[in-house]
Ligand binder design. Structure first.
Ligand code: FAD
Ligand code: 2HG
Ligand code: ZN
Length: 474
């Protein structure tokens, strides 16, 4: 039951946003439950501002009442960072109504959008203007650009275009004091002091609320071809990556690796997708070659590369998509692994990175350790090999009680994987962020001085601890 101060705050928020946009009753699970349905919180209210000034007023009202705020975009995050805790005292601030494209500047090659703009709509706006916005991930139909920037999302085009951070030129941010930082300039060069844009990117809603962003546009490649190759080992996949860099140069826009069990799950749960070549090989690789010349040129370069890889023994079989729909289907298979894993049951997720050169040894050592410790464990290894980033996920042994398995094993599996990552000089979060899931592990794996500086920054920017408390740093 909210106390008198909370009831006063709710009255104030209703005056600011209107009754319809301060939700306290009914089914709020879309806001209060995380995408994986592993955690359910309870908000004092879900508020849905439609303008930057409204966000600022909400923050000021909450700051005055001492009530903390959890910003939320599309609620597709995978580390429980964008839902309220279970105390019923936090305000969940959804950016979903702030979804306008504010400006397209085709000379400056930029597009300015509000934070709640769904990534797919941003991609389409870029396409309508004749350009490419390259950020691409499985959740693109629901995640928002504000959430992408708050988590510095990666996805499948990073090796050519970079993470969300590299695609952003400017931000508009509401601070923890309810002030608006106007930095949407769209400049490619600006050395007037500390880089506050990059501080906000990846801060997961703990330092400010992103309300709009100016993003880079890129020329649309004339043609993109997709190939699917069977590789005999992880070391061969790394070798193929080296050859692809050498022979495709900047044309290499995607390089994803998928383990046999990951593909088995897609085959089992989505048989209509007809996964190619997976049965007789431990790993498959998806490659994309984007070319500014012609399809014939792209195909010739691809075939040359695959020919060399066959000769070298690092590819045992391969197909090059003959049409756009075949290429889309191959990507769809890759993007369906997360959903196929969810269909299979509760699981443990990792989004680790190690230097690309260490990936074969990391996988070999970690596979051996986990299989020795938990006989029957099912490893779902896939991801962005081109960035040194793997989703080294774990599914419970078959026919076991998955809830009990997670209760008894999740922490020790995480420790084994993280220790292995540390041994190979990697990161325990390459993509999804820290959220509340990894906040207590971070001190064991982050440089202590770096962590202390993060804590100082948090206290300096948000001394009341109002923005997404308990996430990223404590
Ligand atoms: P939310 O889930 O709503 O929020 C995520 C975090 O950002 C929270 O901490 C929240 O408080 C904060 N936040 C949200 N909006 C704002 C804002 N405007 N201002 C300040 N803070 C804010 N991630 C990848 O990096 N690469 C992938 O390839 C990838 N693939 C995915 C595939 C699937 C099927 C799914 C379900 C998820 C995937 N993700 C991936 C994770 C997720 O989609 C990304 O983290 C995405 O960027 C989150 O965007 P969102 O709008 O849903 O944010
Ligand atoms: C992907 O690359 C996402 O598909 C999700 O980052 C990974 O489900 C996962 O673990
Ligand atoms: Zn990923």
């Amino acid at each position: 039951m909210p106390n008198a101060a909370s009831l006063d705050l709710l009255t104030h928020l209703r005056e600011l946003l209107g009754e319809a946009h301060v939700l306290t009753e009914g089914d709020l699970s879309a806001y209060e439950q995380d995408w994986r349905k592993r955690t359910r919180g309870k908000a004092l209210a879900v508020v849905r501002p439609s303008k930057t000034q409204e966000v600022a007023e909400v923050v000021k009202a909450c700051a005055k009442a001492g009530v903390s705020i959890v910003p939320q975009g599309g609620n597709t995050g995978l580390v429980v960072g964008g839902i309220p805790d279970d105390t019923g005292t936090q305000v969940l601030l959804s950016l979903q109504r702030m979804n306008a494209v504010r400006a397209v500047d085709t000379d400056n090659l930029t597009l300015t959008v509000e934070a709640g703009c769904v990534l797919q709509n941003l991609q389409q706006a870029a396409e309508q203007a004749g350009f490419l916005f390259p950020l691409s991930l499985g959740a693109e139909g629901s995640c928002t650009i504000g959430g992408n920037l708050a988590t510095n999302a990666g996805g499948t085009q990073v090796l050519r275009y970079g993470n969300a951070r590299e695609l952003c030129l400017g931000l508009e941010v509401v601070t923890a004091q309810g002030e608006v930082m106007h930095s949407l300039s769209g400049l490619r060069k600006d050395n007037t002091g500390y880089d506050l844009r990059n501080l906000m990117i990846g801060s997961e809603g703990t330092l400010g609320i992103i309300t709009a962003a100016t993003m880079k546009l890129y020329p649309m490649p004339a043609v993109s071809l997709t190939a699917w190759a069977a590789v005999p080992s992880v070391a061969c996949a790394v070798k193929l990556l080296g050859l692809a860099h050498q022979h495709l140069g900047a044309g290499l826009t995607g390089f994803e690796m998928m383990g046999q069990f990951a593909l088995h799950l897609v085959d089992k749960h989505y048989p209509h997708l007809r996964v190619p070549l997976w049965q007789d090989t431990p790993y498959c690789v998806l490659l994309e070659n984007s070319d500014s010349e012609s399809e014939a040129h792209a195909r010739e370069r691809f075939e040359h590369l695959l020919g060399l890889a066959f000769e070298d023994g690092c590819v045992s079989d391969a197909v090059v998509a003959e049409s756009l729909s075949q290429a889309r289907n191959l990507w769809h298979i890759r993007e369906s692994i997360t959903l196929a894993q969810a269909e299979e049951g509760l699981n443990i997720k990792h989004d680790i990175s190690v230097p690309i050169s260490s990936i074969p040894n990391f996988v070999e050592a970690t596979d051996a350790l986990l299989m020795r410790e938990i006989p029957g464990i099912r490893l779902v290894n896939f991801g962005h090999l081109g960035d040194g980033n793997l989703h080294y996920n774990v599914q419970a042994p078959e026919h076991c009680d998955t809830k009990a398995f997670l209760r008894d094993n999740e922490d020790r599996v995480n420790t084994w994987v993280y220790q292995s990552v540390k041994r190979f000089g990697g990161s325990i979060s390459a993509e999804h962020g820290v959220g509340s899931m990894k906040v207590d592990s971070l001190p064991d794996y982050k440089d202590p001085v770096a962590l202390a500086l993060m804590q100082h920054i948090k206290r300096a920017l948000d001394p009341q601890g109002l923005l997404n408390p308990g996430r990223v740093v404590r």
